[in-house]
Design a protein around this ligand. Structure first.
Ligand code: ZN
Length: 199
């Protein structure tokens, strides 16, 4: 793979079997525990930010936003789409925050991060019924979810979050799209200046 400045990026390829790879991870963890571990991190994200993103390893928010450990809460599914499981997770997260004595408030960001060349398009072509179940919609409704266009899909997902009573009162919601070719992120749905979706 070539970077925009012409340099070649080394992408490690795993030639190990699954068990050997676990051993590799455990060796790396020993290094982390000895030299990279910060026991002072808090349960609540330091930036008061949650990011919903895709499982695709190319689009890890830790990498593309150069996040520090503990800086943001991240949860990922196929496509970074807002589905019933996302709403359930948001409800549980709020319960966790309340139990920890740090309720989520209007100064929190909730960022939906979609990306180009997402594998969810292939799923849409090959297993649309499974995808409809994942999204909690009928087959007819699935066609309106803009599965093949992350720029349109992120608008829909932000609208869904802003319309949800559990999410809209707790977060300032915005929608971004990451381009896997350039490495750049575009703000497609900016956070409202007056935070009308937050109370
Ligand atoms: Zn994806």
């Amino acid at each position: 793979m070539q970077l925009p400045d012409g340099r070649k990026r080394h992408i490690p390829r795993c030639k190990e079997n699954a068990l050997d790879y676990i051993d590799t991870l455990m060796r790396r963890n020993v290094e982390f525990a000895e030299s990279g571990f910060n026991p002072g991190l808090r349960m609540m994200p330091a930036s008061k930010t949650l990011i919903i993103g895709c499982v695709d390893p190319r689009v890890d928010p830790m990498d593309i936003f150069k996040l520090a450990p503990g800086e943001a809460g991240i949860f990922r599914n196929v496509g970074g789409r807002v589905n019933p499981a996302v709403f359930e997770t948001l409800g549980i997260l709020r319960a966790v925050a309340v139990a920890a004595g740090a309720d989520i408030g209007p100064d929190w960001n909730l960022i939906v991060l979609h990306h180009t060349d997402c594998g969810i398009k292939r799923c849409y072509c090959h297993e649309p019924r499974r995808l409809a179940v994942h999204m909690g919609v009928t087959m007819a409704e699935l066609a309106s979810l803009e599965i093949d266009d992350p720029y349109k899909a992120v608008v829909l997902d932000v609208e869904a979050l802003r319309a949800n009573t559990d999410a809209s009162g707790c977060y300032t919601v915005s929608g971004l799209v990451y381009d896997v070719v350039t490495g750049k992120v575009e703000i497609v749905v900016p956070p409202p200046r007056s935070r009308p979706d937050a109370i």
